[in-house]
Design a protein around this ligand. Sequence first.
Ligand code: CIR
Length: 254
Amino acid sequence: MSRLLRALVRPIPRSFAQATVEHPTDIDTIKAMVQHGAYIDALSELVDEVLWAPAAHAAPDSVFVEDQVVVCDGHALFTRSGCPSRRIEQEGLREVLLPLVRPHYMDAPATLDGGDVLRVGRYLFVGLSSRTNEAGVAVLRETFAPIGFEVHAIRLPSGLHLKCFCTALGEDTIVAATQLLPADCFLGTARVIDVPPHEAYGANVLCRGREVIMAAGMPETEHALTNLGYSVTQLDVSEIRKADGALTCMSVWF
Ligand code: CIR
Protein backbone atom coordinates (compact mmCIF):
# COMPACT_ATOMS: atom_id res chain seq x y z
CA MET A 1 0.00 0.00 0.00
CA SER A 2 1.55 3.32 -1.01
CA ARG A 3 1.56 6.22 1.43
CA LEU A 4 -1.29 8.72 1.66
CA LEU A 5 -0.96 11.33 -1.07
CA ARG A 6 -2.65 14.69 -0.68
CA ALA A 7 -3.01 17.55 -3.14
CA LEU A 8 -3.41 21.14 -2.02
CA VAL A 9 -5.45 23.24 -4.44
CA ARG A 10 -7.15 26.62 -4.56
CA PRO A 11 -10.09 27.92 -6.61
CA ILE A 12 -9.75 30.09 -9.70
CA PRO A 13 -10.21 33.63 -8.35
CA ARG A 14 -12.79 35.98 -9.85
CA SER A 15 -9.86 38.23 -10.89
CA PHE A 16 -8.19 35.46 -12.93
CA ALA A 17 -8.39 37.47 -16.17
CA GLN A 18 -5.85 39.87 -14.58
CA ALA A 19 -3.27 37.10 -14.06
CA THR A 20 0.39 37.98 -14.60
CA VAL A 21 1.23 37.13 -18.20
CA GLU A 22 4.18 37.52 -20.49
CA HIS A 23 1.99 38.28 -23.51
CA PRO A 24 -1.33 40.05 -22.85
CA THR A 25 -4.32 37.98 -23.94
CA ASP A 26 -8.04 37.61 -23.30
CA ILE A 27 -8.67 35.07 -20.56
CA ASP A 28 -12.18 33.67 -20.16
CA THR A 29 -12.52 33.27 -16.39
CA ILE A 30 -15.73 31.22 -16.52
CA LYS A 31 -14.17 28.81 -19.00
CA ALA A 32 -11.08 28.63 -16.78
CA MET A 33 -13.31 27.67 -13.84
CA VAL A 34 -14.88 24.87 -15.88
CA GLN A 35 -11.43 23.63 -16.96
CA HIS A 36 -10.25 23.80 -13.37
CA GLY A 37 -13.26 21.70 -12.34
CA ALA A 38 -12.25 19.00 -14.83
CA TYR A 39 -8.69 19.23 -13.49
CA ILE A 40 -9.90 18.66 -9.94
CA ASP A 41 -11.99 15.68 -11.10
CA ALA A 42 -8.99 14.08 -12.82
CA LEU A 43 -6.70 14.88 -9.89
CA SER A 44 -9.15 13.31 -7.45
CA GLU A 45 -8.69 10.00 -9.31
CA LEU A 46 -4.93 10.16 -8.73
CA VAL A 47 -4.49 11.37 -5.16
CA ASP A 48 -6.08 10.16 -1.94
CA GLU A 49 -7.23 13.51 -0.64
CA VAL A 50 -7.78 16.98 -2.13
CA LEU A 51 -7.28 19.83 0.34
CA TRP A 52 -8.70 23.25 -0.51
CA ALA A 53 -7.16 26.56 0.44
CA PRO A 54 -9.69 29.39 0.51
CA ALA A 55 -10.21 31.42 -2.64
CA ALA A 56 -8.12 34.60 -2.84
CA HIS A 57 -10.12 36.76 -5.23
CA ALA A 58 -7.77 39.75 -4.83
CA ALA A 59 -4.83 37.64 -6.04
CA PRO A 60 -5.32 36.86 -9.76
CA ASP A 61 -2.61 34.15 -9.86
CA SER A 62 -3.62 32.42 -6.64
CA VAL A 63 -4.80 29.19 -8.29
CA PHE A 64 -1.10 28.50 -9.04
CA VAL A 65 -0.35 27.19 -5.54
CA GLU A 66 2.74 25.31 -6.66
CA ASP A 67 4.76 28.52 -6.68
CA GLN A 68 4.04 29.34 -3.05
CA VAL A 69 5.34 26.31 -1.20
CA VAL A 70 7.70 23.37 -1.73
CA VAL A 71 6.82 20.32 0.35
CA CYS A 72 9.09 17.29 0.69
CA ASP A 73 8.94 14.58 3.35
CA GLY A 74 6.71 16.62 5.64
CA HIS A 75 8.85 19.78 5.47
CA ALA A 76 7.31 22.82 3.77
CA LEU A 77 9.34 25.75 2.50
CA PHE A 78 7.03 28.72 2.11
CA THR A 79 8.55 30.67 -0.74
CA ARG A 80 9.07 34.33 -1.44
CA SER A 81 7.86 34.62 -5.03
CA GLY A 82 10.04 36.29 -7.61
CA CYS A 83 6.87 38.06 -8.69
CA PRO A 84 6.29 40.66 -5.93
CA SER A 85 2.54 40.97 -6.61
CA ARG A 86 2.18 37.27 -5.83
CA ARG A 87 3.56 37.43 -2.28
CA ILE A 88 0.07 38.10 -0.90
CA GLU A 89 -0.87 34.55 -1.87
CA GLN A 90 0.85 33.13 1.22
CA GLU A 91 -2.15 34.21 3.26
CA GLY A 92 -4.72 31.47 3.39
CA LEU A 93 -2.28 28.79 2.21
CA ARG A 94 -0.21 28.74 5.36
CA GLU A 95 -3.26 28.25 7.57
CA VAL A 96 -4.24 25.10 5.68
CA LEU A 97 -0.76 23.57 5.64
CA LEU A 98 0.66 24.50 9.03
CA PRO A 99 -1.14 21.73 10.97
CA LEU A 100 0.27 19.16 8.53
CA VAL A 101 3.92 20.14 7.92
CA ARG A 102 7.13 21.42 9.51
CA PRO A 103 7.35 24.98 8.18
CA HIS A 104 10.40 26.83 6.85
CA TYR A 105 10.46 30.36 5.51
CA MET A 106 12.47 32.51 3.14
CA ASP A 107 13.56 36.13 3.61
CA ALA A 108 14.80 38.84 1.23
CA PRO A 109 16.86 38.88 -0.90
CA ALA A 110 15.97 35.25 -1.60
CA THR A 111 13.27 34.60 -4.18
CA LEU A 112 11.97 31.29 -5.40
CA ASP A 113 8.87 30.07 -7.22
CA GLY A 114 7.90 26.43 -6.67
CA GLY A 115 7.43 26.07 -10.42
CA ASP A 116 11.22 26.10 -10.59
CA VAL A 117 11.60 23.07 -8.31
CA LEU A 118 11.55 19.59 -9.82
CA ARG A 119 11.76 16.65 -7.44
CA VAL A 120 13.04 13.39 -8.87
CA GLY A 121 13.64 10.80 -6.18
CA ARG A 122 16.15 12.33 -3.75
CA TYR A 123 17.18 15.09 -6.18
CA LEU A 124 15.76 18.59 -6.32
CA PHE A 125 16.54 20.36 -9.57
CA VAL A 126 15.91 24.07 -9.33
CA GLY A 127 15.70 26.57 -12.15
CA LEU A 128 17.66 29.79 -11.87
CA SER A 129 15.13 31.95 -13.63
CA SER A 130 13.58 35.39 -13.63
CA ARG A 131 11.69 34.22 -10.51
CA THR A 132 14.29 32.20 -8.60
CA ASN A 133 17.69 33.61 -7.61
CA GLU A 134 20.91 32.16 -6.13
CA ALA A 135 19.84 33.13 -2.62
CA GLY A 136 16.57 31.25 -3.15
CA VAL A 137 18.49 28.18 -4.25
CA ALA A 138 20.66 28.48 -1.13
CA VAL A 139 17.58 28.50 1.12
CA LEU A 140 16.16 25.50 -0.74
CA ARG A 141 19.43 23.65 -0.12
CA GLU A 142 19.62 24.68 3.56
CA THR A 143 16.06 23.44 4.03
CA PHE A 144 16.17 20.12 2.25
CA ALA A 145 19.82 18.94 2.26
CA PRO A 146 19.63 18.07 5.99
CA ILE A 147 16.77 15.66 5.24
CA GLY A 148 18.62 13.91 2.44
CA PHE A 149 17.97 15.83 -0.78
CA GLU A 150 20.65 16.82 -3.28
CA VAL A 151 19.91 20.23 -4.75
CA HIS A 152 21.18 21.07 -8.24
CA ALA A 153 20.61 24.41 -9.95
CA ILE A 154 19.86 24.67 -13.66
CA ARG A 155 20.29 28.08 -15.27
CA LEU A 156 17.30 28.52 -17.59
CA PRO A 157 18.12 30.04 -20.97
CA SER A 158 14.50 31.21 -21.39
CA GLY A 159 10.98 30.64 -20.14
CA LEU A 160 9.15 31.27 -16.90
CA HIS A 161 9.92 28.23 -14.73
CA LEU A 162 11.94 25.01 -14.95
CA LYS A 163 8.74 22.95 -14.96
CA CYS A 164 7.56 24.74 -18.10
CA PHE A 165 9.96 22.29 -19.77
CA CYS A 166 10.01 19.13 -17.68
CA THR A 167 8.32 17.12 -14.94
CA ALA A 168 8.90 13.82 -13.22
CA LEU A 169 7.25 10.49 -13.88
CA GLY A 170 7.80 8.71 -10.60
CA GLU A 171 11.16 8.51 -8.88
CA ASP A 172 13.48 7.88 -11.82
CA THR A 173 12.05 9.30 -15.03
CA ILE A 174 11.75 12.82 -16.42
CA VAL A 175 9.70 13.96 -19.39
CA ALA A 176 11.44 17.00 -20.85
CA ALA A 177 11.77 19.26 -23.86
CA THR A 178 15.53 18.80 -23.67
CA GLN A 179 16.31 21.06 -26.61
CA LEU A 180 15.08 24.02 -24.56
CA LEU A 181 17.21 23.14 -21.52
CA PRO A 182 21.00 23.12 -20.98
CA ALA A 183 22.59 19.89 -22.22
CA ASP A 184 22.77 17.07 -19.66
CA CYS A 185 21.23 19.28 -16.99
CA PHE A 186 19.78 16.28 -15.13
CA LEU A 187 23.29 14.86 -14.67
CA GLY A 188 22.30 11.34 -15.67
CA THR A 189 20.18 10.95 -12.54
CA ALA A 190 17.08 9.80 -14.41
CA ARG A 191 15.81 8.30 -17.63
CA VAL A 192 14.68 11.18 -19.86
CA ILE A 193 11.72 10.97 -22.23
CA ASP A 194 12.38 13.69 -24.76
CA VAL A 195 9.56 15.73 -26.27
CA PRO A 196 9.96 18.13 -29.20
CA PRO A 197 10.25 21.88 -28.49
CA HIS A 198 6.86 22.63 -30.06
CA GLU A 199 5.30 20.32 -27.47
CA ALA A 200 7.20 21.70 -24.47
CA TYR A 201 3.87 22.47 -22.80
CA GLY A 202 3.15 18.73 -22.95
CA ALA A 203 6.20 18.03 -20.77
CA ASN A 204 4.32 19.41 -17.78
CA VAL A 205 2.39 16.37 -16.52
CA LEU A 206 1.00 14.96 -13.31
CA CYS A 207 1.80 11.32 -12.66
CA ARG A 208 1.11 8.68 -10.05
CA GLY A 209 2.19 5.14 -10.80
CA ARG A 210 1.34 4.54 -14.45
CA GLU A 211 -1.43 7.16 -14.54
CA VAL A 212 -0.63 10.47 -16.22
CA ILE A 213 -2.64 13.67 -16.65
CA MET A 214 -1.42 15.88 -19.47
CA ALA A 215 -2.58 18.82 -21.58
CA ALA A 216 -4.61 17.98 -24.69
CA GLY A 217 -3.18 18.71 -28.13
CA MET A 218 0.30 17.25 -27.61
CA PRO A 219 0.14 14.17 -29.87
CA GLU A 220 3.84 13.28 -29.94
CA THR A 221 4.13 13.43 -26.17
CA GLU A 222 0.93 11.46 -25.70
CA HIS A 223 2.19 8.84 -28.15
CA ALA A 224 5.54 8.54 -26.36
CA LEU A 225 3.91 8.10 -22.97
CA THR A 226 1.28 5.64 -24.20
CA ASN A 227 3.99 3.59 -25.90
CA LEU A 228 5.82 3.34 -22.61
CA GLY A 229 2.71 1.91 -20.98
CA TYR A 230 1.35 4.99 -19.22
CA SER A 231 -2.38 5.49 -19.08
CA VAL A 232 -2.96 9.06 -20.21
CA THR A 233 -5.83 11.45 -19.42
CA GLN A 234 -5.82 14.61 -21.53
CA LEU A 235 -7.31 17.89 -20.34
CA ASP A 236 -8.20 21.03 -22.21
CA VAL A 237 -6.46 23.77 -20.22
CA SER A 238 -6.47 26.53 -22.82
CA GLU A 239 -7.44 29.33 -20.39
CA ILE A 240 -4.94 28.16 -17.77
CA ARG A 241 -2.24 28.23 -20.43
CA LYS A 242 -3.15 31.77 -21.41
CA ALA A 243 -2.30 32.74 -17.82
CA ASP A 244 1.14 31.07 -18.28
CA GLY A 245 0.06 28.20 -16.03
CA ALA A 246 0.28 24.46 -16.59
CA LEU A 247 -0.93 21.31 -14.84
CA THR A 248 1.53 21.04 -11.97
CA CYS A 249 1.10 24.73 -11.10
CA MET A 250 -2.40 24.16 -9.77
CA SER A 251 -1.62 21.68 -7.00
CA VAL A 252 1.00 20.84 -4.41
CA TRP A 253 1.34 17.10 -3.74
CA PHE A 254 2.55 15.90 -0.38
C1 CIR B 1 2.73 33.86 -13.07
O1 CIR B 1 3.21 34.52 -13.99
O2 CIR B 1 3.26 33.79 -11.98
C2 CIR B 1 1.45 33.12 -13.32
N1 CIR B 1 0.65 33.83 -14.24
C3 CIR B 1 1.71 31.73 -13.83
C4 CIR B 1 2.37 30.86 -12.81
C5 CIR B 1 2.52 29.46 -13.31
N2 CIR B 1 3.10 28.65 -12.29
C6 CIR B 1 3.89 27.63 -12.51
O3 CIR B 1 4.28 27.39 -13.63
N3 CIR B 1 4.31 26.94 -11.47
